[in-house]
Design a protein around this ligand. Sequence first.
Ligand code: Z5A
Length: 199
Amino acid sequence: MFISFEGTEGVGKTTLIRTLYEYFQQQGKDVILTREPGGTPLAEQIRGLLLSVNHDEQMSSDTELLLMYAARAQHLEQVILPALAQGKIVLCDRFTDSSFAYQCAGRGLSREKLALLNENFVVKMPDVTFWLDAPIETGMSRARERGALDRFEQEKVSFFEKVRSGFVEIQQRESQRMKRLDATQAPEKVFADALTYLK
Ligand code: Z5A
């Protein structure tokens, strides 16, 4: 089973994934935990480029999109597909829905560009996607407590509102695959809701 986790920043994806990972391990399941952008040494280097604020020039939205998919191609081939072929549960922090929400809804890139990349480079979609939804300010204040902000975290509330509207749209379109979780609840309750759904 391939499960992805989506949402705007600081909504608790990483927290939920870690708890589910431990739960599956305790159940004796073969499970891996991975993330995007990243998940392989090369893809993690691309992540570094994407999140860095130390560029002398502004990264174009097209470059951002293509780097996301360069990292994704590597991640799919090296990690996700082999793990699924071995019957493992794959827990992935963000996947293609983030590209729709951030690069299309957020940055304003065309859906055609994204569709082209998905059709050609994404051979496997998640079986289940958990969308952790909380007001933008809630997630931002949680994330900001950590300190230094990356290139995405420096964006304004208005950008994240557009990103959130992207997730709303996907959930309406693909309600079978994408399950909304109320991320304003305590972490234990978010975990319990996810588990109930999976069971
Ligand atoms: N990106 C993109 O643009 N296009 C793409 O295709 C992909 C990604 C794949 C990096 O992602 C950036 O890449 C991302 C979008 C872009 N940028 N943004 N924004 P990331 O996933 O690494 O970055 P992130 O979304 O900023 O992750 P995050 O800040 O680590 O958030 P999180 O994983 O959702 O939250 P968390 O670390 O689990 O929790 C944050 C804090 O809140 C932490 O102190 C927790 O203890 C606390 N927390 C967690 N859950 C709760 C609850 N339920 N209540 C109270 N407090 C909580």
